[in-house]
Ligand binder design. Structure first.
Ligand SMILES: [Cu+2]
Length: 197
C-alpha cells in the first residue's frame, strides 16, 4: 500500500484525494449562498474580523511550526554539518561523453563523501541510486566552469550503488552508467565482529 503511494499514480490519486475537502467546503458554501439562503450575509462584521485574526494566527503558527520542524532535513544544513567533519572522503569525477572518470569507486559507509564533478564536453548528470532503486541525489555537471560542482553525501549502508547520467547528452546517453561500492567503515566493521567500541 505504502509503496503504491510513492509511485507516480499513487501521487496522482493522493493529490486528487487531498483536494476532496476543499471541493466539499466550496460546494457547501456555494450551495448555502445560492440555494439555501441567497440573502446578504447576516453575521456581524466584528465577529468576522475576530475569526479572520484567529485563522491567520493559526495558519502562521502551522507555517512556522512545520518549517522549524523540517529544518534538520534540509540538504544545505546536512551538508554544512558533514563539511565540518574531519573524516570526510573526497571523490573527484570527470564526465566525458559517455563515461565517468572517478578517482575512487570504493567508499566507506557512515563517513561523508564530497563529490566534486566536472564535465569535459557537454552537460552531464551524476545521479546515485541506492541498491533498492531509490535515487539518492543527482548533480548537474556543466562544461566550462572554473570550479567543480560539489555535493556532500553520507552513505548509510554498504552495497553497490548505481550511477547514471540524468541529463540527456547525446546518442549514447543511456549507456552512461557506473557503479560505486560502499563498504562498512573500519569502525563499524569492528563492531560487527563483536569487539567493544
Ligand atoms: Cu547523459
Amino acid at each position: 500500500m505504502l509503496d503504491f503511494l510513492f509511485s507516480g499514480w499513487g501521487a496522482f490519486w493522493m493529490t486528487l484525494f487531498m483536494l476532496v475537502p476543499f471541493a466539499a467546503v466550496f460546494y457547501y458554501i456555494l450551495r448555502r449562498k445560492s440555494i439555501v439562503d441567497p440573502t446578504p450575509e447576516s453575521t456581524a462584521r466584528a465577529k468576522i474580523s475576530g475569526v479572520e485574526v484567529g485563522w491567520l494566527a493559526l495558519v502562521l503558527m502551522v507555517f512556522a511550526g512545520v518549517n522549524l520542524a523540517s529544518l534538520k532535513y534540509m540538504p544545505t544544513l546536512r551538508t554544512a554539518h558533514a563539511a565540518m567533519r574531519t573524516d570526510i572522503q573526497s571523490v573527484d569525477l570527470t564526465a566525458t561523453s559517455w563515461s565517468y572518470d572517478i578517482s575512487s569507486r570504493e567508499l566507506q559507509a557512515g563517513k561523508p563523501v564530497r563529490f566534486s564533478g566536472r564535465s569535459n564536453d557537454t552537460m552531464h548528470g551524476f545521479a546515485v541510486y541506492h541498491p533498492d532503486g531509490r535515487i539518492l541525489f543527482t548533480m548537474m555537471l556543466m562544461p566550462g566552469l572554473k570550479d567543480p560542482t560539489s555535493l556532500i553525501h553520507t552513505f548509510e549502508e554498504p552495497g553497490t550503488y548505481k550511477v547514471r547520467c540524468l541529463e540527456y547528452c547525446g546518442v549514447a546517453h543511456h549507456t552512461m552508467r557506473d557503479e560505486l561500492v560502499v563498504v562498512a567503515s573500519e569502525g563499524s566493521a569492528k563492531l560487527a565482529k563483536g569487539d567493544t567500541p
